[in-house]
Ligand binder design. Structure first.
Ligand SMILES: [Cu+2]
Length: 94
């Protein structure tokens, strides 16, 4: 996976027109997709396997229990897909 320099993150969020409420702390790009926030590897693998017609995936905020956010407890959270018209759908639930 190609990781994006921190000073480019705002530009990437702009480029993909990611809604403020869908944003998180990390933005990455894999292929033609943006990846926003703490997205489990299994969902990224599925994305690359199925290649859906979306702009990218996001986990808004920083839910406990998501990758890199392991702790004493886990919050349930959704991975959301965002399409070209900024329609948001649940891609996966954890
Ligand atoms: Cu984070």
């Amino acid at each position: 996976m190609k990781l994006i320099e921190a000073n480019n993150i705002a530009a990437i969020k702009q480029k993909f027109n990611i809604d403020r409420q869908l944003q998180s702390c990390h933005t990455g790009i894999v292929g033609k997709y943006f990846l926003e926030g703490h997205i489990p590897a299994e969902d990224i693998k599925r994305l690359l396997r199925e290649k859906p017609d979306i702009k990218g995936l996001t986990v808004p905020g920083m839910p406990m229990g998501s990758p890199g956010m392991e702790g004493d407890y886990s919050d349930p959270y959704h991975v959301l897909s965002v399409d070209a018209d900024n329609n948001v759908r649940i891609y996966a639930s954890h």
